[in-house]
Design a protein around this ligand. Structure first.
Ligand code: IMP
Ligand code: MG
Length: 176
């Protein structure tokens, strides 16, 4: 477990919500006159998905998918679909909503999968972007914050499944 006194807060609740309002506005402009399917990757993106969807002024539907790629803090490099979508996305404008992009493997694979399934367009929105860690080149259309290579937790991001419910985003030096 982590001693919460050790957590260094990077983004407060207010900063997160302010940034989400800005991204929501941008998405609303970019998709003007269109419908959008938001696909949130569980469990990390759950908090971001809910808050972001409220800032998009368009007809949207919400879908969730569970993929796993991480064991503890080390990427295993394999993306597994644990729970797939329950609605077809062919012909739809899809926006994948993710908590953080690290190596890029997860989003690269899921984007490819949605393209194969015949989505009209597939874009990516990640709350955090660890650019320095990228192994697979994948375009991220909307980014909340660029972060350094530190293990982040809170606001959906977990450490061994805990700390998702912290209202802020932070890191602890003891986890790498
Ligand atoms: P990627 O496939 O390497 O881009 O991995 C992305 C996934 O790894 C995210 O959906 C997170 O679940 C997890 N992840 C990557 N970095 C962190 C972190 O700093 N904190 C918590 N989870 C992370
Ligand atoms: Mg995740």
């Amino acid at each position: 477990m982590v001693n919460l006194n050790e957590v260094k807060v990077l983004y407060s609740e207010e900063m997160i919500q302010q940034r989400i309002r800005e991204i929501g506005e941008q998405i609303t402009k970019d998709y003007e006159g269109k419908e959008l399917v938001l696909v949130g990757l569980l469990k990390g993106a759950a908090y971001f998905m809910v808050d972001l969807s409220k800032q998009i002024r368009l007809p949207v539907t919400l879908e969730f998918m569970t993929v796993s790629s991480y064991q503890n803090t080390e990427s295993t490099g394999k993306v597994k679909i644990v729970q797939d979508l329950d609605s077809p996305i062919s012909g739809k404008n899809v926006l994948i909503v993710e908590d953080i992009i690290d190596t890029g493997r997860t989003l690269h694979e899921i984007k490819q999968l949605f393209e194969i399934r015949g989505a009209k367009s597939v874009s990516i929105c990640a709350l955090l972007d660890k650019k320095a860690m990228r192994l697979v080149d994948v375009p991220v259309d909307y980014v909340g914050f660029d972060v350094e290579d530190r293990f982040m937790l809170g606001y959906g991001l977990d450490y061994n499944q805990y700390y998702r419910n912290l209202p802020y985003i932070g890191y602890v030096d003891s986890i790498k």
